[in-house]
Design a protein around this ligand. Sequence first.
Ligand code: PLP
Length: 386
Amino acid sequence: MYRPAARLAEIAPFHVVELLTRARQLEAEGRDIIHMEIGEPDFPTPAPIAAAAIAAIESGKTLYTEALGLPELRQAIADFYRQRYGVSVAANRIAITNGASGALNLAFACLADPGSEWLLADPGYPCNRHILRTYEGRPLSIPVGPESNFQPTPELLRQHWTEHTAGLLVASPANPTGTLLTPDEIGALAAVCREKNGHFLVDEIYQGLTYESEMATACAAGDDIWVINSFSKYFQMTGWRLGWMVIPEAYVRDVEKLAQNLVLCPSTPAQHAALAAFEPATITILEARRKEFRKRRDFLGPALENIGFRVTARPEGAFYLYCDCSALSEDSFVLARELLEKAGVAATPGLDFGSNQPEKHIRFAYTTGIDRLAEAIERLARYFGR
Ligand SMILES: Cc1ncc(COP(=O)(O)O)c(C=O)c1O
């Protein structure tokens, strides 16, 4: 008997993972594939973090921790907010989670009533919609485009808000566009959510990976905002599965109860490793890598535009260029397949990020070295006969 829960019908696969599988198949057949579909840094986890993990394991720090995480890691994150962003966040409001994914699971498990409606930008990171759906909430799209730099505005928010709306989730920097919300824009969105008595969640997973301005944090815009973060991207710890969430005080106990039941605790060795993430030696490594990401972005954007892609979002953060490819193809999904099979370049079709003109868009991640990016550009130019 095969009878999955009805909600499964509304949970789409993550197409990029399927594309990656095909890319790996081609590689197994001996083809050289340039990976620009992957949303994770190509740099290994910085050595001080890895060393801290090894030391923790060797000294037997491998048992469960508190459900909301090691108190010293929660404190280290609070200190980081104070030192780097000048914002005071009480350590007891910080939950350590299994990545930003774990944080979003806990947030929606805590907040989403069955049928409650939540506004999310489209295009946007797809898993968040599906996590929400898993908890019986209803994700509703705010279609966004170049006119608002692919971010929701207070006007759009008001237009889409109904009596069933429970809240808004944004990401800054965003995936797939790399666009940012300024502190003023965050403040204005928070004000509308407050006025409507709704929740406001801000996914800051790409915090630290910004190339034009120093990032702020939504924590500065009010202690009623749920702020999601991760060690995956800036700290380059994707596979360690560690993140955190800043929770409005009134909900800390609720999230703790959920964490106790759903996950027991985040990975203990990963938490000990993360204690080294904020050390000056680690930050020096990470800042050098941030410069490298910036160089890649500055190379790739103009090079793609020369071929006929248009970068319509201002990519000030993360490591993605979300391109309008309508001058080159009628269907970005077909194009992504063709580029993989014929040019050996893997990129992610718009389809993964929602239903707002996905066929016109394709995402290139600059998560590979500049020499490989240059090779990818040559292959693309050849493919399009430029
Ligand atoms: C916007 C956004 N949020 C959340 C996640 C989840 O990441 P993780 O669970 O590794 O922290 C990702 C991963 O790519 C993302 O792009």
